[in-house]
Design a protein around this ligand. Sequence first.
Ligand SMILES: [Zn+2]
Length: 63
Amino acid sequence: MTAIPGDQDVPALILICDHCGRAHNGQSEAATKWQSLWEEAVSAGWHGLDRPVGPHFCFRCAD
Ligand SMILES: [Zn+2]
């Protein structure tokens, strides 16, 4: 699923798993940028294309 903006007041992105819908919220201010959010997600076990349009799969669905 496409990475979507979070609350309008917060310039953060939320990554959502295409398979189960699990959301990955950025843990730091760096996650306000896609590349930083994705790198953070990858380190947490996420897999997928290195682009906001995805697809992306969470650490549970990546196996
Ligand atoms: Zn998943």
